[in-house]
Ligand binder design. Structure first.
Ligand code: 1GP
Length: 245
């Protein structure tokens, strides 16, 4: 289907309504602005799985201005919600639709618990971005990932189910609108079904899962376990991903 330039619309679907709707499970694709060739935007979008519900933009560390350029370019060609998934406050730009306002609650580095959030405020005070408070939980996926290195926090042991559950419940009690279970980009192992099921059985807020999801079988397992949304980055080039889970 040929891509059309985006039409102006005032009835944007709020990202949080997507997350909390009773709709079928959702898939988002993640683009790192530093690893994306803007000239390929149109062909990239044409190859997206038809069931993709939004586009996440972000990376652990991104060159100044790269996020804004990418968001502007994406906005020319798609009406999918563009959701910022920033490694730090410098990646915030008002052209996107929504911002995952992440709090890295599995670690104890004050920089990612509160300092980055305070640094973000001047960029958010007058923004129309939909700001979504998210409890961001790193879970060991079999290798040290760039998010661990950048944030200088250690991922939780996937076998410590109680700690993971209590961290996720603390997130809910703190008022986060969702939890993001992150095995890290390129993780050897995605977040396990056991972890997702345990959390889904106890939480009232939606669960986003990302990191190391490489094929439709892994997608099916995560959805079946109770994930509301999956985030796929590295595996985008693999044909198997394009099969509906
Ligand atoms: C990383 O969860 C995302 O934050 C996506 O990970 O690149 O491994 O799909 P992948």
């Amino acid at each position: 289907m040929p891509l059309k330039m985006k039409k102006e619309t005032t009835n944007k679907t709020k990202f949080t309504s997507l997350l909390t709707s009773n709709s079928s499970p959702l898939t988002s694709v993640l683009i790192d602005p530093d690893c994306f060739d803007l000239r390929e935007t149109e062909s990239f979008l044409a190859k997206l799985p038809f069931h993709a519900s939004s586009i996440f933009v972000g990376g652990s560390q991104v060159k100044k201005g790269a996020t804004q350029k990418l968001v502007r370019q994406l906005k020319l060609y798609t009406q999918l919600p563009i959701v910022l998934f920033p490694g730090d406050y410098s990646q915030i730009c008002s052209e996107a639709d929504a911002l995952l306002f992440l709090q890295l609650i599995s670690g104890d580095n004050p920089e990612y618990l509160i300092k980055q959030q305070i640094k973000a405020v001047p960029y958010l005070k007058n923004t129309t971005l939909e700001i979504i408070p998210v409890g961001y939980i790193l879970i060991d996926g079999g290798k040290t990932t760039s998010v661990e290195k950048t944030s200088q926090t250690k991922a939780l042991n996937p076998n410590d189910l109680e700690l993971i559950l209590h961290t996720a419940l603390a997130s809910q009690y703190l008022g986060h609108q969702c939890v993001y279970l992150e095995a890290g980009s390129g993780a050897k192992l995605p977040v396990s079904e056991k972890i997702i099921t345990t959390l889904a059985n106890h939480l009232d807020i939606p669960i986003i899962v990302g990191g190391g999801i490489k094929n439709s079988k892994a997608m099916q397992q995560a959805f079946h376990a109770g994930a509301k949304m999956l985030v796929i980055g590295n595996a985008l080039e693999k044909k198997e991903f394009f099969i509906r889970p």
